[in-house]
Design a protein around this ligand. Structure first.
Ligand code: 13P
Length: 254
């Protein structure tokens, strides 16, 4: 059994002070249990808020922190970027890679996703690879083609024998920030495709070690149903992760 992972992607919300307030209210709402070797509650604040998040989290191993984006170079003349090693030094252990906003707003390509996955693993960050189709691609019957292509590109960046596996997040673009949630059948189908592909490209053992999260308009009212779907190992929550009470309710569903 893979433990359920409840992840919050704060996107461009919550500076350092709001981050401290979030944690103090979150901890008064919810006491995460810690049973495994890996954190099961992940928070991805803006990079500038990572030190505040690390300080507020204290010594609680059940909460993992991540950065929302990294550059694949370790340093250089790259104004505005952050390297994986800097994220690690600021308290991150995870990195979102290929989020749909990075792909569609900032033009991130599959080739860059591969480089970022490789850079994250090289620096001991666990990549959380985001994949998902647009509405046009879904209407065109291309769901499998798109998410398999995105997954394959990311897997090129994972060295054979990598100790800690990646996480994958299926986030249909049309369900992000729209209030539209994929049906549980859509989610089961996409997660099944991803699990089978992980097995085909690597091995059954590798595939079984990869948590596949669903993201797209997850909220307290639908989290339990989504988490009950076959092959759904967790959720990646945007808007509803900004409020400590609503994130705590979602975390209790896991
Ligand atoms: P929403 O939960 O706001 O739809 O965002 C999902 C998402 O993009 C998480 O990474």
């Amino acid at each position: 059994m893979r433990p359920k992972v409840i992840a919050g992607n704060w996107k461009m919300h919550h500076g350092p002070s709001a981050t401290r307030r979030f944690f103090s209210r979150f901890f008064s709402e919810f006491s995460p249990r810690f049973e495994g070797a890996e954190p099961t509650i992940l928070i991805f604040p803006p990079a500038i808020s990572l030190p505040a998040a690390a300080e507020s989290r204290g010594g609680r191993p059940e909460i993992g922190l991540g950065i929302q984006n990294i550059h694949w170079e370790s340093k250089g003349a790259l104004t505005g970027e952050h390297s994986a090693s800097m994220a690690l030094a600021a308290g991150a252990r995870f990195a979102l890679v290929g989020h749909s906003e990075r792909r569609h707003v900032f033009g991130e390509t599959d080739a860059q996703v591969e480089l970022k996955v490789a850079a994250a693993i090289r620096e001991s960050l666990t990549p959380v690879v985001c994949v998902g189709e647009t509405l046009d691609e879904r209407r065109g019957g291309q769901v499998e083609e798109v998410i398999v292509r995105q997954l394959d590109a990311a897997l090129l960046g994972v060295p054979e024998g990598a100790k800690k596996p990646i996480l994958v997040a299926y986030e249909p673009v049309w369900a992000i920030g729209t209030g539209e949630t994929a049906t549980t059948d859509d989610v089961a189908e996409a997660h099944g495709i991803l699990r089978r592909r992980l097995t085909e490209v690597r091995s059954d053992g590798f595939a079984q070690g990869v948590a596949i999260l669903y993201g797209g308009s997850v909220k307290p009212g639908n989290a339990a149903d989504l988490l009950a779907v076959a092959d759904v190992d967790g959720v990646l929550v945007g808007a509803a992760s900004l409020d400590p009470e609503s994130f705590a309710r979602i975390a209790e569903s896991g």
